[in-house]
Design a protein around this ligand. Structure first.
Ligand code: BGC
Length: 786
């Protein structure tokens, strides 16, 4: 057998031209082939394959091959079930392998800083430990099939508004403890083959051009040995990116950057060693994908779409969170059931944008409920509101009222219409559409035996929450969301979900609301760690529903807490007993409270968890490891994780607000934690923020004069803006084949917020950087002369 050439040998044989070409994609979805290196296909997305056959797009507009649409990440995060996540990852990997896809562009694991984030449905949690562990499980599953996974979007990409040029200003400790910790866990525990840098800037630097982020932190500290690719059209300076460790520009930009990269090589601004290193990493990735040591029985087989649909159904039930229940659920399964709400028959099961999957089939709640309950029960359906707009007419409400009044049980399905929640833009309110609230009120007024089901990708305000007999968060359930939900409503499956994010009473109470999506070029994370339950628990503000919360159809007791270990590490053991009559699962959650600290810390933080499935009467001893990081803070003065000696309280229970078991430990530790004064409020003022940042609070980059990072919307009303928009439209027009309300909203925003540098990349050679730069200077000169 001939030995395969190493990546270094392959790269050594390439010309400089070929090396530069290799580092930019061949087209929308593939890497470039050069002598000795095959092309590899990369495809979205996090919860299903979105393989586009022809020239594609990254906005979910053009058709893709049919694939299983699993529940999006918001639901998967709520399962807290790492085994299930691994199984779903395997299924995704199988579908990708069968379609000759080398890398699946997911999972996404950005922190849900604010519930209004438009893309929150694509992310797991507000908590880094849960996000990181969940992502790692999924990566292990995907990669077990010989397909690479891609952690995205690295990093601090927590809003959609002006996502391609907004500068996230965040202090180092918050960055490490809240926004990077999940990536760190996923990288160290699952060795992903690729990572995608994010669109935004981080503390003044494009993330794809940050040596510190991509080389010092990701590679040197965490040991990442794969490829970093850009987010689509996210490149801002290719030569700087290569030097920083951003190996692959995606999609390909027809050589738009090549002249600049060659010039940087000539001037020495970019070294040949850096170029070679990026190429070697890419070649290694291609070699991983095209393994020539794979045995014939490892060749991808046909996908069993029925089995994957069944898995998606199981996942939907496992993601369903029972928020309240006075005993009406599970349904008795007899009598008259009024099913109200258009989402029951026109399912919304995924979000718009690059994660949009062309599902192999879709189960509606209406069909699933009918086929499960009839003829023992009668199901009467009334739409109650318009599925697209969410508006309810007086006639809609009257019909719903009549049906509900005559029924033994009413099930109301409400949530967010597609246009309210999408990649590309954020929500402007946490309320449901007025018609949905009106439907709930109308039904509650005539029938107290009402179950309300929420279908949405992120928390909503539910002022009427304590009035229905039961309230269920179904999230966006994927293609089997309807049948999975009916399994839970009827008790065929248990509600497996526990909230992976807090539901605030109102968005106004959240500190991050003061600085969220409020400026076109900058966002300041002045709330520091006060995100999600870290805010609610530290500031004593009760959420509507707490992080970790979720009811079961059975009951559990927790007891026998013991803590062992020494030095800076501890292990926890606890006995969980199913004290009810049905099989079910619960999530044991371990939080750590630092009794006295030299730095301000959240009241408590999740440090370990375990999902436990038990038969009636069954008891199990569960072990959870807190390790050293369970107690550590990031000490900015020494740039290291440090454990401060002293007392810590270990709190164990089933939500951040229900932690009945407690034990205090005293840790020995040689570390020093440099003292930091606690700010007066959760939202730091200018002086406090400057201290945390270690520099004065940066002024946002002005919109004028125009530059490459200006967006088309900045150029509104100018001749250049009009021309570039026309060019972009003509390029997009070639690809767009389908479109609906949500997609057109997404498309409009994506266009308006596209930086000018991105227009060059998208223009397939019809515009170059020198031409763009000249046009910008002319425009700026004309403005000055005005
Ligand atoms: C998204 C990525 C996605 C890429 C390709 C971008 O707009 O941010 O998550 O993988 O497009 O579709």
């Amino acid at each position: 057998m001939t030995q395969r050439a190493t990546a270094a040998q392959v790269v050594a044989r390439l010309s400089t031209e070929d090396k530069v070409r290799l580092l930019s994609g061949r087209n929308f979805w593939s890497t470039r082939a050069v002598p000795g290196v095959a092309s590899v296909m990369l495809t979205d997305g996090p919860h299903g394959l979105r393989k586009q056959a022809g020239s594609g797009d990254h906005l979910g507009l053009a058709e893709s091959v049919p694939a299983t649409c699993f529940p999006p990440a918001a639901g998967l995060g709520a399962t807290w079930d790492l085994e299930l996540l691994e199984e779903i990852g395997e299924a995704l990997g199988r579908e990708a392998a069968a379609e000759q896809v080398g890398v699946l562009l997911g999972p996404g694991l950005n922190i849900k800083r604010h519930p209004a984030g438009g893309r929150n449905f694509e992310y797991f949690s507000e908590d880094p430990l849960l996000s990181g562990k969940t992502a790692a499980a999924m990566v292990r599953g995907i990669q077990s099939q010989g397909v690479g996974a891609c952690l995205k979007h690295f990093a601090a990409n927590n809003q959609e508004f002006n996502r391609m040029r907004v500068d996230t200003v965040v202090d180092e400790r918050t960055l490490r403890e809240v926004y990077l910790a999940g990536f760190e866990i996923a990288v160290t525990e699952s060795s992903p083959w690729t990572v995608m840098s994010s669109y935004n800037l981080l503390n003044g630097e494009h993330t794809g051009e940050s040596y510190r982020l991509l080389t010092e932190i990701l590679r040197d500290e965490w040991g990442f040995d794969g490829v970093v690719m850009s987010d689509w059209f996210g490149t801002a300076d290719r030569a700087v990116g290569v030097r920083a460790g951003m190996d692959l520009e995606m999609p390909g930009s027809n050589g738009s950057w090549n002249a600049e990269v060659h010039a940087a090589l000539e001037s020495g601004a970019l070294s040949h060693a850096d170029l070679d290193r990026a190429c070697e990493r890419l070649v290694e990735m291609v070699q991983r994908v095209a393994r020539d040591d794979a045995s014939p029985d490892e060749a991808p087989g046909a996908v069993d779409h029925d089995a994957h649909h069944a898995l998606a159904r199981r996942a939907a039930a496992a993601a369903t969170v029972l928020l309240t229940n006075d005993g009406l659920l599970p349904l008795a399964g007899t009598g008259r059931v009024a099913l109200l709400g258009a989402m029951a028959s026109t399912p919304r099961f995924q979000g718009a944008g690059s994660s949009l999957v062309n599902a192999t089939r879709v189960d509606s709640v209406l069909d699933s409920l009918r086929s499960r309950l009839e003829p023992q029960a009668q199901v009467e359906y009334v739409a109650g509101y318009d599925p697209a707009s969410g508006e309810a007419t007086p006639a809609d409400l009257a019909a719903a009222r009549t049906a509900a009044a005559e029924a033994d049980v009413a099930v109301v399905v409400v949530g967010l219409p597609a246009r309210h929640e999408s990649e590309g833009f954020d929500r402007t309110t946490l309320r449901l559409p007025a018609g949905h609230d009106a439907l709930v009120e109308a039904v509650l007024a005539v029938n107290p035996r009402t179950v309300v089901v929420l279908v949405n990708g992120a928390p909503v305000e539910v002022p009427w929450a304590d009035r229905p007999a039961a309230l269920v968060e179904a999230y966006l359930g994927g293609q089997a969301g309807g049948s999975g939900l009916v399994d839970v409503l009827t008790g065929d499956a248990e509600p497996g979900g526990r909230l992976a994010e807090s539901f605030p009473v109102s968005g106004a109470e959240l500190p991050a609301s003061a600085n969220f999506a409020d400026h076109p070029t900058q966002v300041q994370y002045r709330e520091t760690f006060h995100v999600g339950y870290r805010f609610h628990d530290t500031c004593g503000v009760a959420p509507r529903f707490a992080f970790g919360h979720g009811l079961s159809y059975t009951t559990f007791s927790l007891g026998g807490l013991t803590v062992s270990g020494s030095g800076q590490e501890r292990q926890v053991e606890v006995t969980v007993t199913n004290t009810g009559e049905r099989a079910g699962s619960t999530v044991v959650q371990v939080y750590v409270h630092d009794v006295a600290s030299s730095v301000p810390r959240p009241e408590q933080e999740l440090k370990a968890f375990a999902k436990v499935h038990l038969e009636p009467g069954e008891a199990r001893r569960v072990q959870l490891d807190l390790g050293r990081r369970g107690f550590a803070v990031y000490d900015t003065a020494t740039a290291a994780w440090a454990v401060e000696a002293g007392e810590f309280e270990i709190r164990v229970g089933t939500s951040s607000r229900d932690l009945p078991l407690r034990s205090t430990v005293v840790l020995d530790s040689p570390d020093t934690v440099t003292a930091v004064e606690a700010p007066s409020r959760p939202l730091v003022d200018d002086a406090e923020f400057a201290v945390l940042l270690g520099r004065s609070v940066p002024a946002p980059r002005p919109l004028l004069p125009f530059h490459r990072d200006s967006t088309l919307s900045d150029l509104d009303g100018t001749w250049l803006g009009a021309r570039l928009q026309k060019l972009l439209l003509s390029m997009a027009g070639r690809r767009v084949s389908v479109g609906d309300d949500a997609n057109s909203a997404m498309m409009e925003t994506a266009m308006a917020q596209m930086p000018l540098r991105g227009v060059v990349m998208a223009a397939a050679g019809r515009l170059t950087y020198p031409v763009l730069d000249r046009a910008i200077s002319v425009l700026n000169a004309a403005r000055r002369g005005r």
